[in-house]
Design a protein around this ligand. Structure first.
Ligand SMILES: [Zn+2]
Length: 274
């Protein structure tokens, strides 16, 4: 035993460990897309994993004079990314499930904002068809699909489409980026979120308080004349009270809520995760 050169033993041990680590590592990277983004993964990375996807669903619509048109898409994408990261880290709903975030669907049903420049709405009927065909295609390889919705106007299409997908045996669901007590549109809630997520794109010099009447009271007028009938600036709520700190808190609540719903995986008949 003492006659055996110590350095040889150490060298061969190190080599074995190094080779082993390299083998494990390369196999790991072949099988598990740790990227988190579906668009960055390769097709060959997917079949060997139990892949599920979160799909941000937003809109392209006016958000007052101070927020970008893609506000809802940004919020849905950020919530989906943070939720996926948490689900991966905590191995929820079960170990081995790999959550990826798909490229966002950036157009929705925004007819109520149509009289403001920049709004591009595809309407409820087209959005429903889009979501159904999207789901049928993605479910060919993805185990579960979750639409993370950032725009209230999309809910009619979502419930119809996801309800149909589920009735066809596809494991789809949806959850919403909502905040209890939040205001309706481009007000305190959304402006705070954008101050947290992308402050460089919030034009605080242009923000003005909008119509602060509760949404339920505005709906009859809005059904007849859209948002323009109740707000000249397109704002429902008060963005001037928004802060990045409030946005951080609201964002954390949204991520907590989505993570809890996806982890539990209990669905209403229309596919909403409860
Ligand atoms: Zn919005």
């Amino acid at each position: 035993m003492f006659g055996r050169p110590v350095d040889t033993v150490e060298k061969s041990s190190i080599e074995a460990v190094t080779i082993g680590a390299r083998q494990v590592n390369s196999a790991y990277h072949r099988q598990v897309p740790v990227l988190g983004e579906l668009g960055s993964a390769t097709s060959s990375q997917l079949p060997s994993t139990s892949s599920s996807i979160l799909i941000p669903l937003g809109s392209t619509e006016q958000h007052g004079p101070h927020l970008p048109l893609d506000t809802d898409t940004r919020i849905a994408t950020a919530v989906a990314r943070a939720t996926a990261a948490r689900l991966r880290a905590e191995q929820l709903p079960f170990a081995g499930q790999e959550w990826l975030v798909a490229p966002a669907i950036a157009y929705g049903a925004s007819g109520e904002h149509q009289s403001f420049a920049g709004t591009i709405s595809i309407g409820t009927q087209a959005l429903t068809m889009l979501l159904v065909e999207y789901g049928r295609s993605a479910a060919c390889w993805a185990q579960r699909l979750v639409f993370v919705n950032g725009h209230g106007g999309n809910v009619g299409a979502l419930t119809r489409a996801v309800g149909l997908l589920r009735s066809e045996g596809r494991d789809a669901g949806w959850c919403a980026c909502t905040s209890p007590g939040g205001d309706a549109h481009a007000g305190h809630t959304e402006t705070s979120l954008l101050l947290h997520l992308s402050p460089e794109d919030v034009r605080t010099d242009r923000w003005r308080a909008g119509n602060r009447t509760p949404l339920a009271e505005l709906l009859p007028s809005m059904r007849r004349g859209g948002v323009a009938a109740v707000s000249r600036t397109g704002v429902l709520g008060d963005p001037t009270t928004a802060t990045a700190a409030a946005g951080r808190r609201i964002f954390a609540e949204m991520v907590d809520d989505c993570e809890r719903r996806v982890a539990r995986w209990r669905l209403r008949p229309d596919g909403m995760l409860t």
